[in-house]
Write a protein that binds this ligand. Structure first.
Ligand code: ACO
Length: 323
C-alpha cells in the first residue's frame, strides 16, 4: 500500500523584536489606521541584526521535532522554503542540517516566495508518498525585513520575519490528501526583487535589493487564483465545502483571506488568522499559522484542513490535509 504523508509535528519561531503600526508612523508617511484597515496587520516581528534565516529555521525545527517526538537523527530529508537565504550557497537547508548535527540526508532549498512553503510541502509529500523519505523536516523561514525598502510605505508596512516547521512522516493513516501547485512567470514584474547575484551583484552588496509590488494587481490576481485553487482541491477530492474544518491561508491581507473564506462558505471562526500579529512572513506564514492553531487546540487530530498560498512569480497552490 502507498504510504500517506502525515504531519506529525509542528513548531514555530518569531524574533523577539515587535514593530507596531504606531512605530512605523515614525519611519514612513503612514498611519496605524491605514495599515490595519487596508491589510489587517497590527504588528510584525523583526529579526535582530545578528539573527539570520537559519537561526529562525533552527528554532522552529527543534520545536517541530519535539512535538513529533522525533530526534534530529531520524530525519532523512530537509527542505527549506525561503526567499532570504543566509548565503548564496550553501543552501539554508544545508546550514540547518549542520546545526541539527545530522549528516548525509538530502537537504535543499525551494524558492517560491510566499507560496514557498506549499511548494516545499508538495515536494516532501511526493518523497514520502513514494517511499523515498520516512521522516522529513519541512521549514518555511524568512528574514523578509532584509529585502524591504524602509522608505517605501507601499511595501515595508506589510511584511515581517519568522519561521514555521513541520515533520512529515510515512503513515498508514490519512495525511496529505492532495496538493496542487502552480506558477505563471508572465507576471514576474508585478511582485519582485528585480536584482540578483547574476544581474546586479553590487546592488546586493550595497543592500539595495528591495521588494517591489504593484499591490492592486497582485491583490486582484491573488483573490482569483486562490479562489480557483481552493475549488480545485475540493473537486479533486470529491469533497463538499461543508466537510472542511479549517482554512489555514497565506497571511498577506485580511481582505484576501476573507474573500477565500467566502468562496468556501466558511465562517471566519474556521479560518486561522495571524496576520494581525505576524504581518506577511512570506514562506513562513502558513506553518506559523498552522502551529498557532495546533498549540491553542483549535486544530485537532482528524480535522480536514485546507492550506493555500500565493506569491511572487506568480506562484500559488492549495493542499488538503487530514490531521
Ligand atoms: N500608508 C498610507 N497610505 C498608503 C500606504 C501606507 N503604508 N501605502 C499606500 N498608500 C496610499 C497609496 O499611495 C494610495 O494613495 P493615492 O490614492 O493617493 O495614490 C492609497 O494609499 C491607496 O493605495 P492602494 O494601493 O489603492 O491600496 P489598496 O487598498 O490596494 O491596498 C495593499 C494596498 C495592502 C498593498 C493591497 O493592494 C494588497 O494587499 N495587495 C496584495 C498583496 C499580496 O497579496 N501579496 C502577495 C504575497 S507577497 C509575496 O509573494 C512576496
Amino acid at each position: 500500500m502507498t504510504p500517506s504523508a502525515r504531519i506529525t509535528g509542528s513548531g514555530s519561531y518569531l524574533p523577539a523584536r515587535i514593530l507596531s503600526n504606531k512605530d512605523l508612523e515614525q519611519i514612513v508617511d503612514t498611519t496605524e489606521d491605514w495599515i490595519f484597515s487596508r491589510s489587517g496587520i497590527r504588528q510584525r516581528h523583526i529579526a535582530a541584526e545578528d539573527e539570520f534565516t537559519s537561526d529562525l529555521a533552527l528554532a522552529a525545527s527543534r520545536e517541530a521535532l519535539q512535538s513529533a517526538g522525533r530526534s534530529a537523527s531520524e530525519v532523512d530529508l530537509i527542505v527549506v522554503a525561503t526567499t532570504t537565504a543566509d548565503q548564496v550557497f550553501p543552501s539554508t537547508a544545508c546550514l540547518l542540517q549542520e546545526r541539527l548535527g545530522i549528516r548525509g540526508c538530502p537537504a535543499f532549498d525551494v524558492q517560491a516566495v510566499c507560496a514557498g512553503f506549499l511548494y516545499a510541502l508538495d515536494v516532501v509529500y511526493r518523497y514520502v508518498a513514494t517511499g523515498a523519505s520516512q521522516c522529513a523536516l519541512v521549514v518555511g523561514a524568512e528574514t523578509f525585513s532584509r529585502i524591504l525598502n524602509w522608505e517605501d510605505r507601499t511595501t515595508c508596512v506589510l511584511f515581517g520575519d519568522g519561521a514555521g516547521a513541520m515533520v512529515v512522516e510515512a503513515s498508514d493513516s490519512p495525511g496529505i490528501l492532495s496538493s496542487h501547485i502552480h506558477a505563471d512567470g508572465t507576471y514576474k514584474d508585478l511582485l519582485c526583487v528585480p536584482v540578483g547575484v547574476s544581474t546586479a551583484y553590487q546592488e546586493i552588496l550595497n543592500g539595495r535589493a528591495y521588494t517591489e509590488m504593484q499591490g492592486k494587481e497582485v491583490f486582484r490576481w491573488a483573490v482569483s487564483a486562490l479562489g480557483d485553487a481552493v475549488i480545485e482541491v475540493l473537486t479533486t477530492n470529491g469533497m463538499d465545502k461543508a466537510e472542511i474544518d479549517w482554512l489555514v491561508p497565506h497571511q498577506a491581507n485580511i481582505r484576501i483571506i476573507k474573500a477565500i473564506a467566502k468562496r468556501l462558505d466558511l465562517s471566519m471562526d474556521q479560518v486561522v488568522v495571524t496576520i494581525d500579529q505576524h504581518g506577511n512572513t512570506s514562506a513562513a506564514s502558513v506553518p506559523l499559522a498552522f502551529d498557532a492553531a495546533v498549540k491553542d487546540g483549535r486544530i485537532q487530530s482528524g480535522d480536514k484542513v485546507i492550506f493555500e498560498a500565493f506569491g511572487g512569480g506568480f506562484t500559488w497552490g492549495s493542499m488538503l490535509v487530514q490531521i
